[in-house]
Design a protein around this ligand. Structure first.
Ligand code: ATP
Ligand code: MG
Length: 369
């Protein structure tokens, strides 16, 4: 998969800009607040119809303008595509692919996929389990439609059960509905565990090799899937998983009633990320944290290629800072196949870029070379 050209009109701080990118590596360089992240944001929008930073279309429109347009020519599955978004201009948002109107914004992901790394992704290592679950869910939803369906169902059941637990002191009749919820949550929960266990196994293998290479063989990263305690083998058969989830629910029945919270189920899953045998969250340095978070994203990209047959484009926002020269060299030159976009502020470190093009961004204007 390759993004060949991008056209932006009245998008964020861009007025009208056409860019032809490098098929291998495009380094987007510029001072603070010139439009580097905005450029990557446009690519994210073209891959899924929405921004990673905001839900508001208004925010994306250049100050004082009526609407924005984005257009990208993309090469994938041996064909050329033209994806286009037009929003604002006092009309409904319009998305077309090769001039044909798209049914939903999800159609954009049939043409362009991105793996995006930004400074907030350091939360993957530093924060609590929720950040890592979001990463698992987002990656799996892109790759496995059945997972997306199961996740939506599980979340619906979880919310409903939480409401029942909250209200059942006032309405004891609701308690009778709990066994049915428990069974359905165990059944859908087992589907989530099935997919997460397999994803985590691949993630560990790929992330560990990326981290090892990036650190010059000095550091070993491991990622282990942690789910409900009574599950003896997350790769086990579906009926066994369901049985073990029900067992855990039963053991926590009283605690759930007392705390009025849903305590049992894969909504508490986590990935245990360790560096050289120690918990990364507690002990990793800044550079190690960045390398580990990046390795998880690189692993997600490899898994995407393994399942979908093609690399998604890789967007690295401000990844080079805090990395020593060896790690920077790895990011610039040794990410293997697949097209890469890297933003950075300083140019002096780019002398080690072997193959690729440097673009300069200045006040929403991009020039190559
Ligand atoms: P940094 O190195 O600090 O991350 P950057 O080059 O990534 O900088 P961007 O996040 O791309 O900077 O933002 C560039 C500028 O775009 C900012 O000054 C921001 O205020 C401006 N901007 C954001 N939204 C709009 C908009 N709707 N219209 C006009 N300008 C905008
Ligand atoms: Mg930025």
């Amino acid at each position: 998969m390759r993004l060949d050209t991008l056209f932006l009109e009245n998008f964020r701080n861009y007025t009208a800009q056409q860019i032809t990118f490098d098929p291998v590596c495009s380094v987007i360089c510029g001072e603070n607040a010139q439009g580097k992240t905005n450029l990557l944001e446009a690519m994210v929008c073209l891959s899924c119809g929405k921004s990673h930073r905001t839900r508001s279309e208004r925010e994306l429109i250049r100050f004082g303008e009526e609407g924005y347009r984005l257009e990208a020519s993309i090469h994938t599955r041996d064909r050329d595509f033209l994806s286009r978004i037009e929003a604002g201009y006092r009309r409904k948002k319009r998305i077309t692919i090769n001039k044909a109107p798209a049914r939903t914004s999800a159609d954009l992901s049939q043409v362009l996929n991105t793996v995006f790394f930004c400074p907030e992704d350091l939360q993957l290592i530093r924060d609590g389990p929720a950040a890592r679950r979001r990463f698992l869910d987002a990656s799996l939803c892109q790759l496995r439609p059945r997972y997306g369906t199961a996740l939506a169902e599980y979340q619906r059941l979880h919310e409903h059960k939480t409401r029942i637990l909250r209200d059942c002191a006032e309405r004891p009749d609701l308690v009778a509905t709990l066994p049915d919820f428990n069974l359905r949550m165990a059944e859908t929960g087992a589907v989530l565990i099935h997919y997460r266990a397999r994803f985590a196994r691949l993630l560990s293998a790929y992330a560990s090799s990326a981290h090892s290479e990036c650190s010059g063989g000095r550091e070993q990263l491991t990622v282990a899937y942690q789910t409900v305690k009574t599950v003896t083998d997350p790769f086990g058969e579906h009926p066994l998983l369901v049985e073990q989830l029900l067992e855990h629910q039963q053991a926590h029945q009283h605690a759930e009633m007392a705390s009025r919270q849903c305590l049992s189920g894969p909504h508490k899953d986590d990935l245990d990320v360790q560096l050289n045998g120690r918990c990364a969250r507690s002990y990793a340095s800044q550079g190690q944290t960045r390398t580990a978070a990046l390795s998880l994203k690189l692993a997600a990209r490899e898994i995407h290629r393994e399942i979908m047959g093609e690399y998604p484009i890789l967007l690295l926002d401000d990844v080079l800072s805090e990395l020593d020269p060896r790690r920077q060299e790895y990011v610039l030159n040794r990410l293997g196949n697949g097209q890469v976009f890297i933003t950075c502020c300083e140019e002096d470190r780019l002398h080690s870029l072997l193959e690729g093009t440097v673009f300069r961004v200045d006040g929403g204007a991009v020039t190559a070379g």
